[in-house]
Design a protein. Sequence first.
Length: 699
Amino acid sequence: MSAANSTVVRAACPHDCPDTCAMEVTVEDGRAVRLRGADAMPFTNGALCTKVAHYLERVYSDQRLRYPMKRVGRKGEGRFERISWDEALDTIAAKFRDLAADDPRAILPYSFAGTMGLVQGESLDRRFFHRLGASFLERTICSSAGTAGWKATIGASVGADPEAVVNAELILIWGGNPIVSNLHGWRYLQEAKRKGARLICIDPRRSETAEKCDLHLAPLPGTDGALALAMMNVLIAGNLLDRDYIAANTLGFDALVERVAQFTPDWAAPLTGLPAAAIRELALEYGRSQRTLIRLNYGLNRCAGGGMAVRNIACLPALTGAWRHAGCGALLSTSGNFPLDGQALARPDLYPDAERFPPRSINMSTIGEALLTAGEPPIRAIYVYNSNPVAVAPDSNRVRAGFMREDLFCVVHELFQTDTADYADILLPATSQLEHRDLHTTYGHYYAVANTPAIAPLGEAKPNTEVFRLLAARLGFTEPALFESDEDIAAAAFRRRDPRALGLEPEKLAARGWARINLPRPFAPFASGEFRTASGKCEFYSEMLARRGQDPLPAWHPPYESVLSNPALARRYPLALISPPARNFLNTSFANMPRFLEREGSPRLEIHPADAELRGIASGQRLRIHNDRGAFHALAVVTDKVRPGVVVCPSIWWQKLSGDGENANAVTSSALTDMGRGPVFYDCLVEVVHAPAPAAEAG
């Protein structure tokens, strides 16, 4: 192939991962032939994860949707016939027009992080549904509880500089598995270890990351908040404090001292399932170390007290003064430091008639209940994009029942025929990341990354933005904001007068593909205080929470479902189930690709030998995992990597590819967290029994 026919295009990984890699796509004669991580981008460092390294298989998959289709079978059967874009758009516009004439809030958009792009995920879609007057969607399904707890304490989603964590001497990896879900961040943690740092993993399961750490502590699910309270108790009782930092940069210390006096390691031990001595030793080691980092992740926020658990943990580095040092303190997310202009992107001012139709919000984590309950007005149409709710939302039996409604008009805009797509009335083909323009911030580093389209859309696929422009025209909308180009949207994404935006000019980003926001290097956000709270201090006492009627001080919120908090339920369902990300899937992305399905094999349930022996279970046997909400099947893996009383099902499987038409969300609850109204995926009691082989296998 001659060099004249080959070009390299700058791109960005679009998936829900803190690494947000900068990529380079080699295109020959209009076809992408190679994809690699950008060498020059420091965080990406030329490497991609094993999933995205094979992204071209996803782009050119013969499973891709390439044409608009309409349903010809019963909902859920997944039978469709090809139609034209004109017919698809006319059908959608006519239905939306009729519903909006009565009450536009009967229409609901449903999206999340199928792409993390500002253009394809957070701009024209928001503008269109605002102008339509549709119900708002509370996008809570991942991180809302932890974000709320962090903001109540720190003030914004800002934390330690991920590139500077090599300076830490003690690192607590709390509620995360970066080898699977933050691979490039793991590289920096490993560098810190090579320089002498001690790594401690806190996770109910001995994960891939825990295997590589110096110490693993396995608290029971939903008890991280209790562990953090006990650590505070030990720090204060032992005077392992930076009193100068506390005096200058925190609010409510005296009240905190009084509050945590009761939360001793002996109190926390039966709750967490950890020995009191181990809790005490962890706190002492943390308090005696000068340069500490807590790298926490969102796994621990998916339980009843998830918001408070993150808040409790966020208090720790202010007590010891760890924030003084670059790369130390704590890190949950970096997203709050990007100077986004959210108003310019989403244009909430386009909402047409708030007096006649007061804005209504629907929580995506309770979509099953919302679709089955006659609200005012009931949801009569749903437009799904960048998400797969039938597979990912909790209490999936109710979610499926809601999508089965014949009177629910359902549009799905997707790359593949997902579980949710099977319920669509109109199914639209979406572009992949290589086929559209986008701009990405991240929650795991401080670089913005631009995505330039590398190839033409396959078949008749269209990006989200183009579809919303076409629908806006068919509905007779005339507002210029509904017809802006992708380039203009990207150019307006950052607040240009914010000094952090220096260097993020569209031309510079497009040419290089990435740029670090304008922050000191290394970045120590709270070395001198200046927290993003109303007081400017780390708020042990939160007036904001008090105004909302919530406990203003760190507190203990037990799980909804555990042996101690709900003993009657635990007598029937004694095992705590968690469903962390499968190594070869990313939520439900990649979960239909043959390469990764082969690697995952089949749904599996990890169970401790003692629990397995009690039930007569051996590795390889087919199990039924159940509670009052539902059941799913998996193959047993008997292992001491999980603690007694806990079972683990790596997730999330497409239901129709799982072997029994179910996945772990058949048993999860649609109850909500203490803060942020998030889901409680990891607050779930089940029982496990033998299951007969499927009829096809038995025969």
